[in-house]
Ligand binder design. Structure first.
Ligand SMILES: [Zn+2]
Length: 206
């Protein structure tokens, strides 16, 4: 079951979908579920908006309050810049899952994409983030460099492959997605890691 304020996401969601306020839904129905994942809008936390007035709300405290009230295991996901607003978040990055692909020029590129996850059940990262052995790293976000030489040597980071197929392969995604979808998504390998660990937690605490 997935909940979003915007009904337009229903067509891309493969399971039962409820359009509405996710915080209100958790307050009303959260206790009916085994576990709950929440991704509050990250735009209010993303660097660039920091310290600036933005139309995007900062909902992490309200989301946490609603989740804690259910007494159920939960996950709150957000971007690196939201870290100070999260409680002991765990960072997951592509390097921890050896995520890489071949760019259009034949060079191997490794995924550098940190996402933070706050849980109330002790999620841990598989290993530390380490790109020291990688010649080329790449990510997927808007407003970034499409030339990896410029990104690495001039801008010191921020390369996003211009080829959508390369970005999808880098993120481990095999179905069609919009560029914005790719920019905002959590790579399936991260979700699988969280799911496996959450299942182990649920099996050992029942
Ligand atoms: Zn990393």
């Amino acid at each position: 079951m997935g909940v979003d304020l915007e009904g337009r996401f229903e067509k891309r969601y493969p399971f039962e979908f409820h359009q509405g306020d996710a915080i209100e839904f958790v307050k009303e129905h959260g206790h009916e579920f085994d576990a709950i994942h929440a991704s509050p809008p990250c735009q209010g936390y993303t660097r660039g908006n920091a310290g600036r007035e933005t139309k995007w709300p900062k909902l992490i405290p309200q989301v946490r309050e609603a989740l804690e009230a259910t007494g159920k295991p939960f996950v709150i996901e957000n971007v690196k810049d939201a870290g100070p607003h999260m409680v002991d978040p765990v960072g997951l990055c592509g390097c921890m899952f050896n995520m890489h692909t071949t760019d259009t020029d034949g060079e191997t590129i490794h995924l550098q994409r940190l996402r933070l996850f706050e849980t109330n059940w002790g999620l841990e990262a598989p290993r530390a983030c380490d790109h020291s052995a990688h010649k080329w790293v790449a990510g997927a976000y808007g407003g970034a460099r499409r030339d990896k030489y410029e990104a690495k040597y001039v801008r010191k980071g921020g390369y996003v492959p211009p080829d959508k197929g390369v970005v999808k392969a880098l993120l481990g995604i095999d179905h069609d997605m919009t560029w914005n979808g790719l920019f905002e998504c959590i790579p399936p390998a991260y979700t699988e890691w969280i799911g496996l660990n959450l299942r182990r937690h649920l099996l050992t605490t029942v």
